[in-house]
Write a protein that binds this ligand. Structure first.
Ligand code: UD1
Length: 418
């Protein structure tokens, strides 16, 4: 298994491009199952999760062409298998996103139940209840969810809590349902808006994405479509924290500052200097970082996917701050690893109290999930001496060439294959 070796202390300086968003790419790929015509997606990031979704589409019978400029053309005219098997779903929970499109277009889907997960139990009950409200019959057995329907019908669905992939799954299913579907308490994440734009390019009628009420007028058939994936706001913010931590001066290009209000406000509160252009963000780290506190919320609140990275910044700030996680239980797996680098963090329930220290010191650490592994790389960049991060396969699920991008900014970082 690969490891990443970081020798800390170099300020990051320079400019790097941001990739397309993983969390927008996965649903857009799943959406191609809704039509027998070709869907062309551009700005696709080269990530393990994206490869897994392409494999899943391939085993459903899709034919996929990838061009040299990270464009993908998916042809789902020959789908011959509506089962998402255990070996793929267990490596990526977002595989559940094929369920809505498959039931809507083929009247059946059999999906391996997404199992336990390092960051909490993460059930899919809201996806299932929504499909049931649209007329699907749901059966569970042998570790699989089986959903069947002759044709889905429109429904008014109020989510008990905000779910991103739940909103996306039902939004996709509703595009081919008979009649109008209204999703209330829907997720407002930019990736949901991006999916709505992709679906509308395929002839769907989705209105209100980006607000908590989304209306979908079902159609009999969707056509082919073309869509460019929006920039990855979590990758952008991860590099912003890296620049801030290392007293660096970094410009991120090909991004969208308007998606990052809450992280930008928090970083400014910590004393970080940030300038925004149309599609660029320049970040200058201060001599001394100020302590901040934060609480994760659905968009436009502070993203849970950025909580671990911010905890590194707080570990090196002057003063004390608190991180409160409201989206996922058990999302503090990175704390014990940061403590190995000398961070002073105390966890009580869903809050972590962080006492800033003047420095962290490198040590061997282990990545436990995607964002936790990014936080350990950031900690290594700022720590004194060597940090070796093992189990970095997690990071390849969601960050495109992270060590190459950091190397380009002057970090002393290398991947050790093994
Ligand atoms: C998506 C993102 C992930 C991000 C998360 C929260 C993708 C591929 N992944 O994950 O990066 O961390 O949003 O912003 O877009 N829940 C239920 N029942 C359900 C569905 C969800 O109880 O049927 C709960 C979850 O356990 C969690 C909360 O709802 O506590 C939010 O989860 P959700 O928004 O669904 O996360 P994902 O869509 O899996």
């Amino acid at each position: 298994m690969d490891k990443i070796l970081v020798r800390g202390g170099n300020p990051l300086i320079g400019s790097i491009p941001i990739s397309g968003a993983k969390n927008a790419t996965l649903p857009a790929l799943a959406a191609s199952l809704l039509t027998a015509e070709k869907v062309h997606l551009s700005g696709i990031p080269h990530l393990r999760d994206v490869t897994t979704m392409l494999e899943l589409l391939g085993q459903h019978g899709a034919s996929i062409t990838i061009d040299e400029r990270l464009g993908v053309e998916i042809d789902c005219s020959g789908i011959n298998n509506t089962c998402a098997p255990y070996n793929l779903v267990r490596t990526m929970r977002a595989s559940i996103l094929v369920m809505g499109p498959l039931v809507a277009r083929f009247g059946e889907a059999e999906i391996s139940l997404p199992g336990g997960c390092a960051i909490g139990s993460r059930p899919v009950d809201l996806h299932l209840r929504g499909l049931e409200a649209m007329g699907a019959k749901i059966e569970l057995g042998g570790g699989y969810i089986r959903a069947t329907a002759s044709r889905l019908h429109g429904a008014r669905i109020v989510f008990d809590l905000v779910t991103v992939t739940g909103t996306e799954n039902l939004m996709m299913a509703a595009t081919l349902a008979n009649g109008r579907t209204i999703l209330e308490n829907a997720a407002c994440e930019p990736e949901v808006v991006d999916l709505a734009n992709c679906l509308n390019s395929m002839g769907a009628h989705v209105e209100g994405a980006g607000t908590s009420t989304i209306t979908i007028h079902g159609v009999d058939k969707l056509t082919g479509g073309q869509h460019r994936i929006l920039p990855d706001r979590i990758e952008t913010a991860t590099f912003m924290v890296a620049a801030a931590l290392t007293n660096g001066d970094v410009t991120l290009t090909d991004t969208d500052p308007s998606l990052l209000h809450s992280p930008i406000a928090k970083l400014r509160e910590a004393g970080v200097e940030i300038d925004m252009g149309q599609d660029t963000i320049t970040v200058r780290g201060p001599e001394k970082l100020k302590a901040v506190s934060l609480k994760t919320f659905p968009y436009p609140g502070f993203p849970t996917d950025l909580q671990a990275q911010m905890m590194v910044l707080m570990s090196l700030s002057e003063g004390a701050g608190t991180v409160t996680e409201t989206i996922f239980e058990n999302r503090f797996m990175h704390v014990s690893e940061l403590q190995r680098l000398g961070a002073d963090i105390t966890v009580r329930g869903n809050s972590a109290m962080v006492m800033g220290k003047p420095k962290l010191v490198g040590a061997p650490v282990m990545a436990t999930d995607l964002r936790a592994s990014a936080c350990l790389v950031l900690a290594g960049l700022a720590a004194e001496g060597e940090t070796i991060i093992s189990r970095v396969y997690h990071i390849d699920r969601g960050y495109e060439r992270i060590e190459e991008k950091l190397l380009a900014l002057g970090a002393d970082i290398q991947r050790i294959s093994g």
